[in-house]
Design a protein around this ligand. Structure first.
Ligand code: RP5
Length: 160
């Protein structure tokens, strides 16, 4: 696993088309990130090792995308004190509602920040990670303020 303040993990390579939206705000705001495939069910030992390493290598935020039973974010949150942002992946049969309910219904005492299903959720996960890091990074905070102003300015009043 490469060192970076934002670690983006996902349960399968098939999650990447949706999860790649998470990197857009990170790139726009110049925040370093790393991506890897870590599955709660198929590679549990890799998840354990990832959580142990994350606590000692400078990781500040974990973004976890998974679909279906979607235990990845919750299990990561169970194994590390680092903040975990969950992104429910659209699933084949239940369209990601299964992923959403699984990720959002955490037991009291183990928190994850669950986003919307799919690309918008992945994008906002990247953005939220930037906002978390901006709490202790004044330069990033200013880039975030500028970025938000530009977004507001880009919304036209006219319909046509
Ligand atoms: C989950 O199962 C993954 O996160 C993915 O969303 C889903 C399907 O995975 P694949 O069968 O495509 O590898 O664990």
């Amino acid at each position: 696993m490469s060192k970076a303040p934002v670690q983006i993990i996902m349960g399968s390579r098939s999650d990447w088309p949706a999860m790649q939206s998470a990197i857009e705000p990170l790139q726009a705001l110049k925040v370093d990130y790393a991506t890897s495939i870590v599955s709660a069910h198929r590679t549990p030992q890799r998840l354990y090792t990832f959580c142990r390493q994350s606590e000692s290598d400078g990781t500040r935020v974990i973004i976890a995308g998974a679909g279906g039973s979607a235990h990845l974010a919750g299990m990561a949150a169970a194994m590390t004190w680092l903040p975990v942002i969950a992104v429910p992946m659209p699933s084949k049969y239940l369209k990601g509602v299964d992923s959403l309910l699984s990720m959002v219904q955490m037991p009291k005492g183990v928190a994850v920040a669950t986003q919307a299903i799919g690309e918008a959720g992945a994008y906002n996960a990247g953005l939220l990670a930037c906002q978390m890091l901006a709490l202790s990074d004044p330069a990033l905070q200013q880039r975030l303020i500028d970025w938000r102003r530009a977004q507001t300015d880009s919304v036209a009043e006219d319909v046509q």
